[in-house]
Design a protein. Structure first.
Length: 296
């Protein structure tokens, strides 16, 4: 603590005044305690989010300037951890991959981007461009307009693996179709189907998993995990350290609270179907997160 007898030159006085001002502003900025939909269960013991509650400080204009300033992002000033997290997803910031940063704007709370981002977006396929420019985490991709090949190409193009895929009522046909597409660029040892169906009526589904080597345990480097919309979120998956970068529903429908409470934390949730369900009109009662589905 400074003493009355301490001597300061003009520069020290200015810096001291700045520190006091910043400290005062921080203490006066309101915060909110937000309940996580997952209740913290997907985080390992000792993790800061294990309690299921996160304290969020309201952003100031100064904070927003930092987050949207490209020179600050490149130099990692004050935002070392944020940059480390972002580069894990999209790599080092360059003029060519600005669009990938725009794609993560919901995840990182970024609202403003340099006009140069538009040039970067034009390098991507049409569906990827639409996904990048989305305003909501939940998007509807119509089967009448886009093929499943288009969807997986965009997921790969946007560096959105690992992915959680939720199979619907036609689980066998959906699994076979997806696997026929992804087997060209995802090793089968990095694919895990986390559920089985009754052998009496669905033996072909269980046999297909075994025959194609999709019955792998989930590991940190697993690229694709399949779960069922008709079953609870698998406990082994919940207790693992595996994290997905995107989620794909092969039917646009309202699922069990257990599944939706996990997937709703994703910043990219794709619903692939012929028509969007009424799911988009609901609002999650605990997180109060708007689940409006944006059509691509």
């Amino acid at each position: 603590m400074a003493k009355v007898t301490d001597r300061y030159d003009d520069k020290n006085l200015i810096n001291l005044a700045k520190e006091k001002y910043v400290e005062k502003k921080k203490s006066s900025i309101p915060t909110e305690l937000v309940q996580l939909p997952s209740q913290g269960k997907i985080y390992p013991k000792g993790h800061v989010l294990r309690s299921g509650v996160i304290e969020i400080r309201h952003m100031t204009a100064y904070d927003e300037d930092i987050l949207t300033n490209l020179s600050y992002i490149r130099e990692a000033i004050v935002l070392d951890k944020l940059i480390e997290s972002i580069t894990d997803h999209v790599g080092e910031l360059t003029q060519d991959n600005l669009a990938l940063f725009r794609d993560r704007s919901i995840l990182y709370g970024l609202d403003y981007f340099d006009p140069n981002v538009l040039d970067s977006i034009k390098q991507f396929t049409p569906l990827s461009q639409n996904i990048i420019k989305r305003k909501n985490p939940n998007v509807f991709v119509s089967k009448n307009k886009w093929t499943l090949d288009n969807v997986f190409y965009s997921i790969k193009e946007l560096n959105r693996f690992p992915i959680l895929i939720v199979l619907g009522n036609d689980a066998y046909d959906e699994l076979v179709t997806c696997n026929n597409i992804t087997r060209n660029f995802v090793d089968r040892n990095k694919i895990s189907v986390m559920f089985r169906l009754d052998n009496k009526d669905n033996k072909n589904f269980n046999d297909y998993i075994k025959k194609n080597g999709l019955n792998n345990s989930v590991a940190k480097d697993t690229e694709i995990v399949y779960i069922s919309s008709n079953k609870k979120y698998p406990k082994p998956l919940m207790s693992s350290d595996w994290r997905f970068k995107s989620c794909l529903y092969l039917q646009s429908q309202y699922n069990s609270h257990k599944i939706d409470s996990i997937t709703n934390e994703s910043d990219l949730e794709i619903h692939y179907d012929t028509v969007p369900s009424q799911y988009g009109t609901f609002r999650h009662s605990r997180s109060r997160r708007h689940l409006m589905i944006e059509e691509m």
